[in-house]
Design a protein around this ligand. Structure first.
Ligand SMILES: CC(C)(COP(=O)(O)OP(=O)(O)OC[C@H]1O[C@@H](n2cnc3c(N)ncnc32)[C@H](O)[C@@H]1OP(=O)(O)O)[C@@H](O)C(=O)NCCC(=O)NCCS
Length: 332
């Protein structure tokens, strides 16, 4: 997707996190853990948990609204909504349809993407291709996640890691050459879903008294295995997109990685030989917000003035599946 006469650019970004701050000390009141353990093993200091009456679509709408405002686009011109989430309001209809109604976007095709923590980058790639095809003009993509209800507060190895929030971007096809979303790649390996999964609640293990008693509706993870895979696939996805588009690592101005664990990000930085100062991180404040994490970090980086015209930005993510994805953007 490089150097066409028309480019898909990000016109505006937005994000939202719930008000409720849950510190590591708060977590230590729920499970046997400590601020020191969580900070040194993960880099997380606090996370946000949504209110009981705040669903994924509500957070998605707040982030989406901010992205629309930042983009200056008339909402009737948006013709595509993609919501990336692994915690939809309900199995169906899609969260994207709920967002369509709540944000009153009259002329859209709307659907969800389920690629877990890689979801925002997957959505960016899909939306970019759909706009590039000429069949769509302006897209609202949102990564939104309410992980708190699927966290097992009896499992200290997982519940301390995740948080809730949403990140969004408005994409548009414009008459600009050689800028915008230069390319996106994704990959998947479903050979061992047990490394990170929510086993219950789907067609394999429908909700039952037994499934609930067996705690199968909570997130389960083999942290050590995920850690190893994360460093490997994020490194590979980053190298692959650079090679595909003919860019050197030295051309990158900013990396916006999935926010799962600071040690994973540091390993990626080392592997790619990119200084940590070029990474935008907010893991300390929000934990892992899954599909929302890259969107929130991108919005924060932009609003903090870390992204200027002409900058080359690498987005890279991995998640349950396993899935992974990377995207290279030249800011217009
Ligand atoms: C989960 C993770 C932080 C664990 O870190 P780790 O250094 O591998 O820790 P270990 O699993 O080896 O556990 C070490 C010890 O700490 C304990 N421990 C685990 N969680 C703990 C917690 N929250 N508080 C205190 N102790 C904890 C373990 O029980 C273990 O104790 P033991 O040695 O007595 O058995 C790390 O593996 C990780 O981040 N993995 C990737 C997870 C991820 O990114 N998931 C999202 C993918 S999108």
């Amino acid at each position: 997707m490089s150097s066409q006469k028309q480019s898909v650019i990000i016109l505006g970004t937005g994000s939202y996190v719930p008000d409720n701050i849950v510190t590591n000390d708060d977590m230590a009141k729920m499970v046997e853990t400590s601020d020191e353990w969580i900070r040194t093993r993960t880099g997380i200091r606090e996370r946000r948990f949504a209110a009981d009456d705040e669903a994924t679509s509500d957070m998605a709408c707040k982030a989406g609204q901010r992205a629309i405002e930042a983009s200056g686009v008339d909402r009737s011109d948006i013709d595509l909504i993609i919501v990336a989430t692994m915690t939809p309001d309900m199995p169906f209809p899609s969260t994207a349809c709920l967002v369509q109604s709540k944000l009153q976007l009259p002329n859209v095709c709307a659907f969800d993407v389920q690629a877990a923590c890689s979801g925002f980058v997957y959505a960016l790639g899909i939306a970019s291709s759909m706009l590039q095809s000429g069949n769509f003009n302006k897209a609202l993509i949102i990564g939104a996640e309410k992980t708190s209800p699927i966290l097992d507060f009896k499992d200290r190895t997982t519940c301390v890691l995740f948080g809730d929030g949403a990140g969004a971007a408005v994409l548009s096809r414009e008459e600009i050459e050689g800028a915008g979303i230069l390319g996106t790649i994704g990959g998947a390996d479903g050979s061992d879903p047990s490394v990170l999964q929510q086993p219950g609640g789907g067609s394999a293990i429908p909700a039952s008294v037994e499934s609930i008693q067996a705690r199968q509706h909570f997130l389960k993870m083999n942290g050590k295995e995920i850690f190893k895979q994360a460093v490997r696939v994020m490194g590979q996805a980053s190298a692959d997109i650079l090679e595909k588009l003919g860019y050197e690592t030295s051309a990158i101005d900013l990396v916006v990685p999935h926010q799962a664990n600071m040690r994973i990000i540091e390993s990626l930085a080392k592997r790619m030989e990119i200084p940590m100062e070029k990474f935008h991180n907010n893991l300390d404040r929000y934990g892992n917000t899954s599909a929302a994490s890259v969107g929130i970090a991108l919005d924060e980086a932009y609003r903090a003035g870390r992204i200027q015209s002409g900058d080359v930005i690498l987005l890279v993510a991995f998640g349950a599946g396993l899935t992974w994805a990377s995207s290279l953007i030249k800011w217009q």
